[in-house]
Design a protein around this ligand. Sequence first.
Ligand code: PHE
Length: 330
Amino acid sequence: MKKIIKSVNSCESLKELEAIRVSLFGKKGYFAAEFAKMKSLSDEERKDFAQNLNRDKEDFLTLLNNKKLELEAEAIAYEMKKDGVDVTLFNKDSNAGAIHPVMDTMDKIIEYFVAMNFSIEEGPLVEDDFHNFEALNLPKYHPARDMQDTFYFEDGMLLRTHTSPVQIRTMLKQKPPIRMICPGAVFRRDYDLTHTPMFHQVEGLVVEEAGKVSFANLKFILEDFLKYMFGDVQVRFRPSFFPFTEPSTEVDISCIFCKGEGCRVCSHTGWLEVLGSGYVDPNVFKAVGYENVSGYAFGLGVERFAMLLHKIPDLRSLFEGDLRLLEQFR
Ligand code: PHE
């Protein structure tokens, strides 16, 4: 008996263990032989004998079972070690991803305005006429609607042509003061070197009690922002027109390629147009039911910023999904 117990304990494989099990419990095994002996015993003797034998049988079953569990666990641990992947190993063939230059630029823009205490607002891509045009002082048949070639659905809904409708939505659900940016995708029927039918904008809006914001605030924040994005550039404000702002200005920076000398990128003007902005038109406040407030708004195209920052000649290349382009931004 002791010998068997010892051999079970020192057993090293499931196969060995199985052999021991057969030698004990098999048809020709130890217990079969022992039980056979009972026939020749008297009734008295047989009772004790059977009791002892059954106890031994139980003990061995437990012993074998425990050993089996132990060996199985060892086998699994061995397999895991053999086939397992060491995630800490460096794989020189693996391809690391990269953040898309447009999203990277967007992040940088958002970072600035969040630091300046602007909230981030979002809205639907499929808009209605009221939020995209009407409330922004663009009534039906207003010629300025032509500035934004629109994708329409048959039911009159449309793909938003700018993120300005998010400003309307935010003003409708919040009370002033408001200090927000709305980053996101917008859509226009345009396709050439510098335009794609889908692109991204970040627009901003600040609304305060009347008299609390001035054009100087707008000028400061946009100048500071453009220097944060482009480094040491000159910034100029040029009178312009947008239906939703009055007065309106477009904002230029001195050309970052020729430093204002004049080159192909700036069409030899020395300036690059980068932003639209202005004082919010009273009609916009009227449309959302705001009274006695004043505010300013601005808007920019993220792709234009990305093109300038990374010297990308053809905007369309950003959306072709060509890995060779994306790999340059790792
Ligand atoms: N919504 C304008 C556009 O998409 C950008 C803009 C926003 C201009 C705010 C002025 C003020 O063209």
